[in-house]
Design a protein. Structure first.
Length: 127
């Protein structure tokens, strides 16, 4: 996953600034990232410069995949509300697990949650 330490701070950063920061952190030129995301470099340059602030969700999805970042980070700029992936999908992507490892992580998490719920049912209510 890309290093996000150079990302602009706060929620007030523009879409272009966020894309540029991730691109630079990943070490890509505008031409490299544009090619990876299947777009013309001049279109990406306009996005980064703020000359186009309404790209399609498909464009932002392709950029997020090329940058290996969560698409929701870019999609929020065009009003797309974040969606939670299925746990196995999340574990696979976030921790780069195989399908089998993600399934095991999901199973273990469900067991852990069940244990916590069981404990909670046996504790006296403090309200």
């Amino acid at each position: 996953m890309a290093d996000t330490s150079k990302r602009p701070a706060g929620d007030d950063a523009s879409l272009g600034a966020v894309i540029r920061a991730h691109r630079e952190a990943a070490g890509y030129s505008i031409r490299q990232l544009a090619a990876m995301a299947g777009m013309h470099y001049s279109y990406l340059a306009r996005l980064e410069n703020g000359d186009n602030d309404r790209p399609t969700a498909d464009v932002l999805q392709r950029l997020s995949e090329a940058l290996e970042i969560d698409a929701d980070e870019l999609l929020r700029f065009i009003g797309v509300k974040p969606t939670l992936p299925a746990p196995r999908t999340y574990y696979r992507r976030a921790y780069r697990l195989t399908d089998e490892e993600a399934a095991e992580a999901d199973r273990r998490m469900q067991e852990f949650i069940a244990e916590l719920q069981k404990r909670h049912k046996h504790e006296p209510d403090t309200e």
